[in-house]
Ligand binder design. Structure first.
Ligand SMILES: [Zn+2]
Ligand SMILES: [Zn+2]
Length: 165
């Protein structure tokens, strides 16, 4: 695993809110930025669960000019969701719970859909259908703006396109 990362990936420095401070920290610059220039939160280059470095720039695949703009959702080694992903999911769930136009079973469907909307899973199509099916109701509520922001921030482009956001 150590060899893999050395061969292919630079290390990313990311703040607790998921802003990518650098997609290639190494040598002297490693750990030099303690706080995020965007939001002021503390920075990290490691998984809090297993200590594996956060993957940044991919030396083998990405074109030379490419920079990663979004932090990964979860650790590639242990699968633990990074703090910024957990925060987004929790906020999404809290908003869904707080919106009072939904029946309990609709809330349950929406709450579980989020994990299938942040990356492609076998249930992604179903989750997109569920959200679109309830979107007229959601869009009339105060919570939609926040939900839309979360999904814009965290979902892959294809999923956003299919959700129409
Ligand atoms: Zn930040
Ligand atoms: Zn990990």
């Amino acid at each position: 695993m150590e060899e893999d990362y050395k061969d292919y990936y630079e290390i990313a420095l990311v703040c607790q809110n998921g802003h990518v401070i650098s997609d290639r920290v190494s040598g002297d610059t490693k750990g030099s930025v303690k706080y995020c220039p965007v939001c002021g939160a503390g920075s990290t280059d490691k998984c809090g669960s297993c200590g594996e470095f956060i993957r940044g720039f991919n030396k083998k695949v990405d074109p030379a000019e490419y920079r990663i703009k979004r932090a990964p959702h979860q650790c590639h080694r242990c699968g633990e969701l990074y703090p910024w992903t957990k925060d987004a999911i929790q906020t999404f769930e809290r908003i869904i719970d707080a919106i009072d136009v939904f029946k309990d079973e609709e809330k349950a469907v929406l709450r579980t859909s989020i994990t299938d909307l942040i990356e492609f899973t076998p249930n992604t199509c179903q989750a997109i259908r569920a959200v679109k099916g309830l979107s007229i109701k959601i869009k009339e509520t105060w919570g939609w703006g926040i939900i839309e922001e979360i999904l814009k921030d965290i979902s892959p482009e294809d999923i956003k396109a299919r959700l129409g956001i």
